[in-house]
Design a protein around this ligand. Structure first.
Ligand SMILES: [Zn+2]
Length: 265
């Protein structure tokens, strides 16, 4: 049955090959894919969900941490099926965090609530244009000390999964912008310490946490490779490192995918 279905997909995709754009990125959990329509007026659906297309015909889609094993992309009803690779997630045990950072008190909870409203809001500030470059660069020269998607046990308490990667580096190490975009938030937060949010356009944002110093202001446009701050251990951290998270709206993306795959020609 699968073979018949697949041959049909190939058969139809050959007929309509000129209709279907090249898709970039990673078909994997935590992955992000992108494409540019041949005709800007085409309708894009991914697993029946209508996808927003920019004025230039660009579209992006993120799979998140858990996704089924395949996805159907439809361009004006021409459908193609792609496999989505699954990921094995680690269990990460971290101990020695200050008690308050794992079990916050009443005052802390107020602050956490305010922080999360601000973060949520800045995930919504959306430049409809594509601001990111085709290839992201590693923001800090250092060892990857925490990977995307791990289930975290903090001071023996199960906490949310790790939505990003950690790069260990000495305090003061320069943090470079991994791609271009506009700064939409600079703040000092309970969990993430000194924090920057960078809007890459089309709903894609980067969050940088635990900084020592911040070198940018809200509203600044930054280019790939520009210094935006330095590594620290502010907020909830056991040692100096950069936490780099990427989101497409509310869906968290594995930043490693953006380092390994280019997003357009
Ligand atoms: Zn982290």
């Amino acid at each position: 049955m699968k073979i018949i279905f697949l041959s049909l997909v190939i058969f139809y995709s050959n007929i309509f090959a000129e209709e279907f754009p090249q898709i970039f990125g990673c078909f994997c959990e935590g992955g992000l894919i992108s494409g540019r329509l041949i005709d800007k007026n085409q309708i894009v659906k991914i697993d029946s969900k209508k996808i927003t297309v920019t004025a230039d015909g660009d579209f992006i889609f993120a799979f998140g941490r858990k996704y089924k094993d395949s996805v159907i992309i439809s361009i004006n009803n021409v459908k193609k099926k792609f496999n989505v690779r699954d990921k094995k997630y680690k269990k990460e045990i971290i101990s020695g965090l200050p008690k308050r950072k794992v079990e916050p008190n009443k005052v802390d909870l107020e602050k956490i609530k305010k922080d999360s409203i601000k973060i949520k809001k800045s995930k919504k500030i959306d430049d409809p244009k594509r601001l990111f470059n085709k290839q992201f660069v590693k923001p800090v020269d250092g060892r990857i000390s925490g990977v995307y998607g791990s289930q975290r046990i903090l001071n023996s308490k199960p906490r949310s999964t790790h939505k990003g990667i950690d790069i260990a580096a000495p305090i003061g190490t320069k943090i470079l912008s991994p791609s271009s975009g506009r700064i939409t938030l600079v703040d000092d937060m309970f969990f993430t310490g000194k924090t920057i949010i960078l809007d890459h356009g089309m709903g894609l944002i980067s969050i940088f946490a635990h900084l020592e110093n911040v070198n940018v202001n809200v509203g600044d446009f930054v280019n790939t490779g520009q210094v935006i701050g330095s590594v620290g251990m502010t907020g909830r951290a056991t040692g100096p490192h950069l936490h780099w998270g990427v989101y497409l709206e509310e869906i968290s993306v594995d930043p490693m995918v953006l380092l390994e795959f280019s997003l357009y020609n």
